[in-house]
Ligand binder design. Structure first.
Ligand code: ADP
Ligand code: MG
Length: 621
């Protein structure tokens, strides 16, 4: 509990004791009134103050106003004990809520306890601790065992195991050595690393993640919008109803029966006001989303806003990219065919062509070649998305890519009849042969597709730029419902738009990609999900949900989390409105006392808040 909360607690205890004490005093009249005013002001002065401010600022209808009117009215009716009790329970509810919010904040910041406090840099041969934001790109920092990596970079010397669990939610140790890329937020478990930073702190992974989570609550979901609109109409309506109960009905009574029964109706009207307070909804709905987003981030699933959490829960069609998403994107060179020159030479040219490419295909070819590449020989490098690459090597025009690239350049090529991805190589208009490479399906892909089908995602579509036969083979093995292959990046967008046109208006379409030339599709889908985001900045920017590692089961988890969270939101809305409406009716017909009102109001709020906190616990979903 913080200081403010403690002060409220003391006020609650003090006024409770005074209230009990007062009820033993045998006094009445003005003296009794004055005595009860003491606990009343101790517990309620700030509510009264806020109500007065509200009236001055013309924002009349809030909960402070409701409480002030109800209690002043109760005092006027000489229901002193009720007046104090209403304030007392209102404050208990408020205190409870502020503790709950604090707790989930704490929980989230513990989950997000990845902000590094310092970086060790070497100045004049000595290690000095500095603020990570002061470290320039290209500096050498030292990370000893037990320390967090403060800034993204490359290892220049040393070896260590890293625990990236605060980023990915998976506690698997990753071994790193010289020349490996490391990301801020990982913890060095053993060993000593010297790292050359490749980014500023503000562009590093850790800072990006923190920014995202901190801003997530500013993007409101439809449910939250609904509640704030609801409160805007609801409170005034309730106030007018209460006014009618207090004055309208007695007036009618007076005309019809000559007996107005004013004080009994005023009492009902005041009870009505106490019950009507919409705080349970106003508080618990945003809290549920806040907790859901926090819970997800502890699992390595970053959701950029409540609205995306809501969209995710309605996804019934998921469109996936193949390479890097369903498959590992780690190709193995299988064989080299139709080559008039030495196989090793085909591979060498391919490797030169791919030298500057980040595509998974490029990585595999460079690995198979395995030798040093003299990048001074390469010029005019161009990557043609969905086709391949072209460049000048030693003043000769080199083309490395698929059938489309060959056709585009009028190269006579030999088509390949084997299953797999084909990379043709042509030098100065002459065909050098093709390399057949094969990708592997990720271990968890099949399981993930099955589970997605089970949780209501009934249409799973695969889009790929790869060849027909390679695509069909993967789709069949995984049980994918629909395949579109040989697509260029803009054709992927068109394919997605077609799917969006046919969708059920109440349902949502998600796209999952690895972020490599998927950005246009990611932004076009109802919810764009990118995976394996450690290190892929473009993907973090373009997508709405970021999965920190490339395990497909995370998508299943993300959808389950969203469903749980939205379930809680719906339960809270139904429960709170249900109980309130029931109590309001009971009050209007005179079956409820102000005591019931107090318990209904505070009780509903406490239950709704506890329910909301459940959204934080998602580990075993
Ligand atoms: P996917 O949709 O499977 O992720 P891309 O759109 O990235 O695939 O690429 C589609 C196709 O374009 C690849 O299957 C490959 O034939 C060709 N291609 C793209 N980039 C390269 C590259 N750097 N080198 C060779 N071929 C490439
Ligand atoms: Mg791709």
């Amino acid at each position: 509990m913080n200081k403010k909360q403690k002060r409220v607690l003391y006020r609650i205890i003090a006024s409770l004791l005074l209230l009990i004490g007062c009820s033993f005093l045998e006094v009445d009249g003005i003296l009794q009134f004055c005595i009860y005013l003491v606990p009343y002001f101790i517990i309620g002065y700030d509510v009264l103050q806020k109500a007065v401010y509200g009236i001055k600022n013309k924002q009349v209808f809030d909960e402070n106003f409701l409480m002030a009117i109800a209690t002043v009215g109760a005092l006027a009716l000489k229901d002193y004990r009720e007046a104090v009790a209403v304030m007392l329970f209102y404050q208990i509810g408020e205190l409870f809520q502020s503790i709950a919010i604090g707790k989930s904040r704490q929980n989230i910041s513990a989950l997000m306890d990845i902000r590094p406090d310092y970086a060790n840099i070497e100045i004049d041969g000595k290690l000095v601790k500095v603020d990570p934001s002061e470290v320039e790109t290209g500096s050498i920092i030292t990370v000893t065992s037990g320390e967090k990596i403060p800034i993204d970079g490359v290892v220049v010397s040393g070896m260590a195991s890293l625990n990236n669990s605060s980023l990915t939610g998976e506690s698997i140790l990753v071994e790193v050595k010289e020349n490996d890329e490391v990301f801020s937020g990982g913890i060095n478990v053993d060993g000593l690393l010297r790292i050359r930073t490749t980014k500023l702190f503000e562009d590093s992974t850790v800072n990006k993640i923190l920014d995202m989570v901190e801003n997530a609550s500013s993007l409101k979901s439809k449910s939250e919008d609904f509640i704030s609109k609801f409160a805007r109409y609801y409170t005034p309506i309730v106030c007018y109803c209460a006014l009618f109960l207090a004055f309208g009905i007695p007036l009618i009574n007076l005309i019809v029966t000559k007996d107005s029964q004013f004080s009994s109706w005023l009492y009902r009207a005041l009870t009505f006001l106490v019950i009507s307070c919409p705080c349970a909804l106003v508080i618990s709905i945003p809290l549920s989303f806040f907790a859901g987003i926090g819970g997800a981030s502890s699992q390595g699933i970053l959701i950029k806003g409540s609205n995306y959490l809501e969209t995710l829960s309605k996804v019934n069609c998921l469109v996936l990219d193949k390479t890097g998403t369903l498959t590992k994107g780690v190709f193995e060179v299988d064989s080299i065919h139709h080559n008039p020159v030495e196989q090793q030479q085909v591979l060498m040219y391919a490797a030169y062509g791919e030298h500057f490419s980040n595509h998974p295909i490029a990585a595999s070819i460079k690995k198979a070649y395995g030798k040093e590449i003299d990048d001074k020989l390469i010029s005019d490098y161009k990557e043609i998305a969905g086709k391949g690459v072209s460049c000048q090597v030693d003043k000769k025009k080199l083309l490395v890519g698929n059938d489309k690239l060959m056709e585009l350049n009028d190269i006579e090529y030999v088509p390949c009849h084997h299953i797999g991805t084909v990379v043709h190589v042509a030098l100065d208009g002459e065909y050098l042969g093709h390399i057949l490479i094969k990708d592997q399906i990720k271990e968890d892909s099949k399981k993930a597709i099955d589970q997605l089908h089970k949780i209501g995602v009934n249409k799973i579509v695969m889009l790929t730029g790869d060849r027909d036969n390679a695509a069909k083979e993967v789709a069949q093995k995984l049980g994918i419902d629909e395949v579109h292959s040989q697509l260029l990046p803009n054709e992927k967008v068109k394919a997605l738009e077609k799917i969006l046109l046919q969708k059920d208006p109440n349902k949502m379409v998600g796209f999952v990609g690895d972020g490599i030339n998927d950005a246009p599709v990611l932004t076009r889908a109802d919810v764009g999900i990118s995976m394996g985001a450690l290190g892929a900045d473009a993907a973090i920017e373009a997508s709405d949900v970021v999965l920190m590692d490339d395990n497909l089961l995370k998508i299943v988890k993300a959808i389950k989390i969203s469903k749980k969270c939205l379930g809680i939101v719906k339960q809270n809305i139904a429960f709170a409105i249900g109980v309130k409406v029931l109590c309001l009716i009971l009050t209007a017909i005179g079956l409820a006392s102000m005591w019931l009102g107090i318990f209904a109001d505070v009780g509903v709020m406490i239950i709704a808040v506890i329910n909301a906190i459940r959204a934080l616990y998602v580990k075993n979903l």
